[in-house]
Design a protein around this ligand. Structure first.
Ligand SMILES: Cc1cc2nc3c(=O)[nH]c(=O)nc-3n(C[C@H](O)[C@H](O)[C@H](O)COP(=O)(O)OP(=O)(O)OC[C@H]3O[C@@H](n4cnc5c(N)ncnc54)[C@H](O)[C@@H]3O)c2cc1C
Length: 433
């Protein structure tokens, strides 16, 4: 049996484990550095291309019970003028919905599926990869736990799904250093509030520097309340010096209000939302430069370890799920692991490089920046500022770059591997040896 080691139990690592199992592989273990699986309840939007993959893995029904089906994206300038709105998910003609979901719920559902398919021992927590030996014919990961005990795991394949600070990636790019930042700081949280816009809308507000993103991730029908996920991003250097340091929750709320004042989509009171947010989290906005190779012999990268990008356009986790499925597809379709990894990388890396670059100019949210540059004082009618075609083109081009446009998602061949072909990828079958 092929022994497959996955480093990291985020969305990329867990989706890879499930996809590999669905493609017929068995000897899969996921090693996670943290003593427990992560349970941050902040939100994620998963686009229909990835929801299709989750559906084909049999997970859609369960996830839908825990998610909101996003039906609209609405973008505003700070004056409350609507710059662009579009239907999303099923309403936009996709055969699969777009899901707004709590990250912890998604991770826990994926982890439960890994354990159901592969057994409780398939996820090993408190196992941090600290070293990697990789040469043709021999790959070992060295893991430590909190007590400092070390174990060496010899494996046939190793997949780095260990996120933006990937140790696997660093083994091949030792001079890369920490992730670069664009100088923006993100503040994030969730709070119960009232429905806004359609009740299933994602709202993005901004000017040329700042962004405020809000969407619901859960509904309490009995109480008539919605759990709203929000992210506020602005240049760190613009934090009001009189209110420094913005370290505690109260200071962070003040810093956000100082920037965004009375900004909010119709139906949201930002001050109340911030007051009702128990935990505010603060992160620098970071990504990774595209790299020329993801694959080194029998090691490859998926998710943020391969292509971390700025969070514009709901693509990081979405694309991690696609990586998982494409990788499993090629491993099942090729009898040589080198060919399989190369086919995976050839398919995914150019697309992700393009998306990483596009996200550096904030992806589809670029229309907000353009709206500010063209009409800093706002407008009565968006047609004074843009033609309908120009706005539609920006949105469509981004979807095509990320390969999540309706035509492609609805019509492309499935990545589900039939049971017809299960190659043996053990080392002694590799042509590299
Ligand atoms: C503000 C914000 C909003 C976002 N919104 C969206 C969105 O709406 N839609 C979307 O698709 N994406 C979104 N993203 C991006 C998305 O969160 C990431 O792209 C995605 O979570 C990456 O998943 P991953 O599994 O590759 O990495 P991670 O989630 O970082 O998981 C990596 C895992 O590896 C573990 N690990 C790390 N190092 C080691 C080690 N040495 N040994 C063992 N284990 C290790 C970590 O503990 C972790 O569990 C957003 C990101 C941010 C910051």
């Amino acid at each position: 049996m092929t022994k497959i080691t996955i480093v990291g139990s985020g969305i990329a690592g867990l989706a890879t484990a499930i996809s590999l199992h669905a493609a017929g592989f068995e000897g899969i273990t996921v090693f996670e550095a943290e003593p427990h699986l992560r349970s941050l309840g902040l939100g994620l939007n998963i686009l229909p291309n990835a929801v299709r993959e989750l559906a084909e893995l049999g997970l859609l029904d369960e996830l839908q019970q825990r998610a909101i089906r996003t039906q609209e994206l609405a973008m505003y300038n700070p004056h409350g003028n609507l710059v662009w709105r579009e239907d999303r998910g099923l309403l936009a003609g996709y055969q699969w919905p777009q899901l707004s979901i709590s990250r912890s719920r998604l991770v826990m559902a994926l982890a439960a599926e890994v354990r159901r398919r592969l057994g409780d021992g398939a996820i090993v927590t408190d196992a941090r990869l600290v070293g990697l030996h990789n040469e043709p014919g021999r790959t070992c990961g060295i893991f430590t736990d909190r007590d400092g005990s070390t174990r060496t795991v010899e494996t046939d394949l190793l997949i780095g799904a260990d996120g933006i600070h990937s140790v696997v990636r660093a083994a091949f790019y030792p001079a890369e250093g920490p992730p670069p930042t664009n100088g923006m700081t993100m503040y994030r949280g969730t709070a119960w509030g009232d429905k806004f816009l359609t009740g299933n809308s994602m709202a993005v507000l901004g000017d040329d520097r700042r962004r405020l993103v809000l969407y619901p991730i859960e509904r309490d029908e009995t109480a008539g309340k919605t759990l709203i996920n929000w992210v506020a991003a602005f240049p760190e250097r613009e934090t009001d010096p009189s209110r420094q340091p913005a370290g505690g929750a109260a200071e962070m709320r003040k810093a956000i209000l100082h920037q965004f004042g009375d900004w909010a989509p119709p139906g949201v009171d930002l001050t109340c939302l911030l007051e009702d947010t128990q935990h505010v989290q603060k992160y620098p906005m970071i990504d990774r430069d595209p790299i020329p190779r993801w694959t080194f012999d029998n090691v490859t990268l998926v998710g943020d370890a391969a292509h971390a990008m700025y969070p514009a356009g709901s693509n990081g986790a979405t694309q991690a799920i696609i990586d998982a499925r494409v990788l499993a597809w090629h491993l099942a379709a090729h009898s040589d692991v080198g060919d399989a990894f190369q086919a995976y990388e050839d398919e995914r890396r150019p697309q992700m490089t393009e998306l990483q670059k596009t996200n550096r100019s904030m992806g589809p949210e670029r229309v907000i920046t353009l709206a500010h540059e063209r009409a800093p004082n706002g407008f009565d009618d968006v047609r004074e500022v843009f033609s309908e075609e120009e706005l539609a083109e920006i949105s469509r081009n981004y979807a095509v770059t990320g390969k999540f446009d309706q035509d492609w998602v609805n019509s492309r061949p499935s990545l589900t591997v039939s049971q017809r072909h299960q190659p043996d990828l053990r080392r002694d079958t590799w042509s590299a040896e």
